[in-house]
Write a protein of this length. Structure first.
Length: 264
């Protein structure tokens, strides 16, 4: 395929025998150059995407379990008994508790403020919906909510084989699935989910790129409706802290790019 470098007008149609594209790139000094193209400017024909954050408060058994685990972590820290592997495990449990107790106790029973909000969103849906979680156990709880509502559910996580994942995506795009639930780790590759116009982030990935990619899967060529990203956030929890850190990181990256633009 012809290739036109972004900084000159010469179109490259082929290479001399024995010269690879890597050799050509090195000869042009491409390793010292990079081109930034903002998606919203380049693909301005795509439907708009709106953003909504629903902040929720823990109550009942969820709030009690969260407070008890947090208190035990603080006690261990003060006693000097906490080791790296246990602190990581307990932090993961705190994050899961911010979604639902069922994601931690092994019952996968959907309960808590996030699950209540999710039920309302799924009942009011008009098209297939995509739900994203960071933890596999949370994905199972989310899938249970959809099944309770009598919806056709498909779940993509680490237990699903690669070829089976492709089949699930095809079924979703064919409107044979009402709710697709997936974890970022297993859905981090480029895919098209334009059957949905709404993506519900029940949880977020600590890796900002995964979150950005996920919201763009419903906003691709072939999407003919306005799209929406909905974030469910549990107040006064590690869930809320992660959202704040991701926002701060995004602001820092934007400022860095803007500063580099001023130097070029």
């Amino acid at each position: 395929e012809p290739w036109r470098p972004p900084w000159v007008g010469t179109e490259v149609r082929g290479l001399r025998p024995g010269v690879s594209w890597d050799d050509f790139a090195a000869g042009c000094g491409l390793e010292s150059r990079w081109l930034r193209r903002e998606m919203d400017l380049v693909l301005d024909e795509l439907p708009a995407m709106s953003y909504q954050t629903i902040e929720l408060d823990m109550a009942g058994a969820q709030a009690t379990a969260y407070r008890q685990l947090r208190k035990s972590m603080v006690a261990e820290l003060e006693a000097g008994l906490l080791v790296s592997w246990s602190s990581g495990d307990q932090f993961v449990k705190l994050a899961q508790l911010a979604t639902s107790v069922g994601a931690v106790d092994g019952t996968f029973k959907p309960s808590g403020a996030k699950m209540d909000a999710l039920r309302e969103l799924l009942v009011g849906r008009s098209r297939p919906v995509v739900c994203f979680t960071h933890f596999r156990s949370s994905a199972t709880v989310v899938a249970a909510v959809a099944r309770e509502l009598g919806l056709v559910v498909a779940q993509v996580d680490g237990s699903v084989a690669q070829d089976e994942r492709a089949t699930i995506i095809q079924r979703f795009q064919a409107f044979e699935v009402d709710v697709l639930v997936g974890t970022f780790a297993t859905m981090s590759e480029s895919m098209t989910l334009t059957a949905a116009d709404t993506a519900i982030f029940v949880e977020r990935s600590p890796r900002a790129l995964y979150n950005f990619q996920a919201e763009r899967w419903i906003r691709r060529f072939g999407q003919d409706r306005s799209t929406r990203r909905i974030d469910l956030v549990t107040r006064q929890s590690v869930d809320e802290c992660l959202v704040q850190r991701l926002a701060a990181k995004g602001d820092q990256e934007t400022k860095l790019v803007e500063a580099l633009d001023l130097l070029t």
